[in-house]
Design a protein around this ligand. Structure first.
Ligand code: AMP
Ligand code: GLY
Length: 424
């Protein structure tokens, strides 16, 4: 039976895109906790924080929520799916032990090694293994890659060409100075050369639906320069993941991952995000995440023709994709990913062309109902089209309509893919 009451947990662009996808399914009542001014237009926002597991549980019981979809990693790693499942409440998202694929990089690396899944060669070192860690670092050529084991709000990966800097960073991680407890174990791994792709599957045990593969743009600056961000834009499907490579990813990476989780007694349920490096020797896993990516969700969900499959337990129909492309440009606050101001009025949303999707990521309304900035990534503007150029043209037409003081965005989202698509 189709569920009627659906709760989406989270408050960013990904959750707005989830609510938007659900709003196209007839007969649903959608709630979003805590949501944002974008989700408010399509769902009922509920003022409960995404990490308030007891609060969310009480709400789900009271409102007879049939399915809860968890957007961000923090509540999943903290065990929201365990708490809901124990009460018999269906939830789309992995239990804590399966969310460790994202929650612990050391766990993920050991899991991949044991399951024969291609990933960069690595070592794992704890606080009392500094000497060994420094020695191990010297077994690699630069650039050096250091990763905090635990969740570090997307900032836990450090890459440097300088050995002395790597040594210093390693000490600051292991001392707890840089990432606190999350850095009490450090993964040191070989730098992989290649192009990155984001692959998403909706998983139920060993069954899965593969969504459109996407490419994120992590760096702040045009031409992939400057600091890493949460993602400045994305498009899908990426031409860099050919059907041959995708087949390798399915059989050598995705399926062994799902089987490995089942054989550990922690079958995976929910969205699985595999971050891939497409190297000359084939695809490697950079990392797993236990959720949809953001901004990737803002292109992957609009391309999903039958998102009602999200709410089904057993898939009798295949995933269907809308033909063509989706492209999303993120509008960020001046200063992001460093310090930035909030509370700046946002203008022009009503002038965005009707065929362009606007997803709210970091916005709020003041007491007069005016829309203000409230985060580093403020809005995601998604265009769709038969070609990637058309999707980008629509997205940038939407961008041109919006203004807020200090608004920053990249003008080159998807540009390399256009180059690749037009070369025979
Ligand atoms: P993460 O936070 O794990 O997504 O890592 C941030 C970024 O670091 C990734 O998107 C990659 O660009 C880069 N990265 C992580 N691990 C490696 C690696 N072994 N080789 C090259 N780049 C990497
Ligand atoms: N866009 C990268 C992430 O969601 O982690």
């Amino acid at each position: 039976m189709m569920p009627r009451n659906v709760l989406v947990v989270g408050s960013g662009g990904r959750e707005h895109a989830l609510v938007w996808a659900l709003s196209r399914i007839p007969g649903l009542k959608v709630y979003c906790a805590p949501g944002n001014p974008g989700t408010e237009t399509l769902a009922r926002n509920v003022p409960i924080a995404a990490t308030d597991i007891p609060g969310l549980l009480a709400f789900a019981r009271q409102e007879k929520i049939d399915v809860t979809i968890v957007g961000p990693e923090a509540p999943l790693v903290a065990g929201i799916a365990d708490a809901f499942s124990t009460e018999g409440l269906p939830v789309i998202g992995p239990v804590r032990k399966a969310a460790l694929l994202e929650g612990s990089k050391a766990f993920a690396k050991r899991f991949m090694a044991e399951s024969g899944i291609p990933t960069a060669p690595y070592g794992i070192f704890g606080r009392d293994e500094r000497k060994k860690a420094h020695r191990f670092l010297r077994s690699f050529a630069p650039p050096y890659v250091l990763k905090a084991d635990g969740l570090a709000a997307g900032k836990g990966v450090l890459i440097t060409d300088s050995l002395s800097e790597a040594d210093a960073l390693l000490d600051r991680m292991l001392s707890g100075e840089l990432f606190g407890e999350a850095g009490s174990q450090v993964v040191i791994e070989r730098f992989l050369q290649g192009r990155e792709a984001s692959l998403f599957a909706l998983v139920h045990g060993t069954a899965y639906l593969l969504l459109a593969p996407a490419e994120d743009h992590k760096r702040l600056g045009e031409g992939d320069t400057g600091p890493n961000t949460g993602g400045m834009g994305a498009y899908a499907p990426t031409p860099f993941l050919s059907s041959e490579v995708l087949e390798v990813v399915r059989t050598r990476i995705l399926e062994p991952t799902l089987e490995g989780m089942v054989s550990r007694g922690t079958p995976y349920r929910g969205f699985l995000y595999i971050s891939l490096m497409l190297t000359e020797e084939g695809p490697y896993v950079i990392e797993y995440n236990c959720r949809l990516g953001d901004p990737e969700a803002q292109v992957v969900l609009p391309l999903w023709r039958n998102p009602e499959l999200m709410l089904e337990d057993r898939w009798e129909r295949p995933y269907e994709q809308i033909s063509g492309y989706a492209a999303c440009v993120v509008l960020a606050s001046a200063g992001y990913p460093g310090a930035y101001e909030t509370g700046i009025p946002i203008e022009g949303l009503d002038a965005v062309p009707p065929d362009v999707l606007v997803f709210h990521a970091g916005t709020r309304r003041d007491e007069f109902g005016r829309l203000l900035t409230a985060g580093g990534r403020v809005l995601g503007i998604t265009g769709m089209g038969d070609t990637l150029e058309e999707a980008l043209r629509r997205a940038y037409a939407g961008v041109d309509a919006v203004q807020f003081e200090g608004m920053y965005y990249r003008r080159d989202i998807g540009r390399k893919a256009i180059g690749a698509l037009s070369t025979p």
